[in-house]
Design a protein around this ligand. Structure first.
Ligand code: ASP
Length: 311
């Protein structure tokens, strides 16, 4: 099977001055994940490697550089889902984990439950070898300044370099047909302490089913939850493909993936009047994306092995 990888760095009003940083962050994440997939590695290792690069990059709202809560802390959420078993590992409200995706993976692989929160999640992660950090190590200077501006004045998007969101996500398919999807976020800026958005919720911010494909979402979490966007997208992928040219199997499955992505974002706008975006791989590895924000940072590896990134 031909491996495949798609990643995103959030759908938001990415300002011009952040475009290059977002693109190069996406490229580094693709490189990290593809190195593993190309050499026959496992999709779970590839997705973890790609997400770690994005979490460590302060231009994205996950791990280091996450938005701060109203009381000036970072609280991260993450999920990774195995399309074959429909099992997820999810964590929420982490304050001391450098790479939340590693905690999510530990839950997926080693926990009898599918979701852990706050101290319990941190203790479980640490007991399974995940590195904890000082909570202050997750706060980037830019987000600290944004938070200070917000606390002096009222919370405003322009205080956050123009963006309100910027979650990261990835979907990977390896040569043995293992399909995984993942999402990691610092949530929305100036959120109330304890707020959990769509990102770590199975079916909302992430879903994967080996019968059809895997999805990672980004955008206004309270709206994404209303339409259970990732699962809705996967359900759309089950619809029969609309084939213009019935002899062209490739373009046939491409159009089904594109249509599923577009219809899910359309539903988000129609039913909730909110903005967001998503990436997906269908179970054959065809990538698709859609968003209704001014920009989304994303990238994928094309079937010929070339890297494509866009903002
Ligand atoms: N969906 C995330 C949340 O609401 C934010 C984002 O995707 O940018 O926590």
């Amino acid at each position: 099977m031909q491996p495949s990888l798609i990643i995103h760095g959030g759908a938001w009003d990415i300002p011009d001055e952040a475009v290059d940083a977002c693109k190069s962050g996406c490229l580094s994440a693709l490189r990290a994940g593809w190195k593993i997939l190309k050499s026959g590695g496992h999709a779970l290792d590839a997705i973890e490697a790609a997400i770690i690069v994005l979490e460590d990059d302060p231009v994205f709202d996950s791990g280091f550089g996450s938005h701060l809560t109203m009381d000036g802390r970072v609280e991260c959420d993450a999920i990774v889902m195995d399309a074959a078993t429909l099992r997820a590992g999810a964590v929420a409200g982490l304050r001391r984990v450098k790479n939340p995706i590693q905690a999510a993976r530990a839950v997926l692989e080693k926990c009898p439950h599918m979701m852990l929160i706050s101290e319990g999640a941190e203790q479980f992660a640490a007991a399974h070898g995940v590195q904890l950090c000082d909570p202050r190590d997750l706060i980037s200077p830019a987000e600290r300044e944004a938070w200070l501006r917000c606390s002096k004045d009222s919370h405003a998007a322009q205080n956050h370099r123009g963006h309100e969101q910027g979650t990261v996500g990835a979907v990977a398919l390896d040569q043995n047909g293992h399909l995984f999807a993942a999402t990691s976020t610092g949530g929305t800026c100036c959120k109330l302490p304890g707020r959990v958005g769509d990102s770590p919720l199975i079916g909302c911010g992430c879903y994967a089913d080996s019968e059809v494909g895997g999805v990672s979402c980004t955008g206004y979490g309270e709206a994404i939850m209303k339409i259970v966007m990732a699962k809705t997208t996967v359900d759309y992928l089950r619809r029969p493909a609309i084939c213009v040219d019935r002899t062209a199997a490739q373009s046939c499955s491409d159009s089904a993936a594109d249509l599923a992505a577009r219809d899910a974002v359309h539903l988000l706008a129609k039913r909730t009047h909110a903005t967001g975006g998503l990436i997906l791989l269908d179970c054959h590895g065809n990538p698709a994306h859609a968003f209704n924000t001014p920009r989304m940072a994303y990238g994928y590896v094309a079937p010929d092995g070339s890297f494509f990134t866009a903002v």
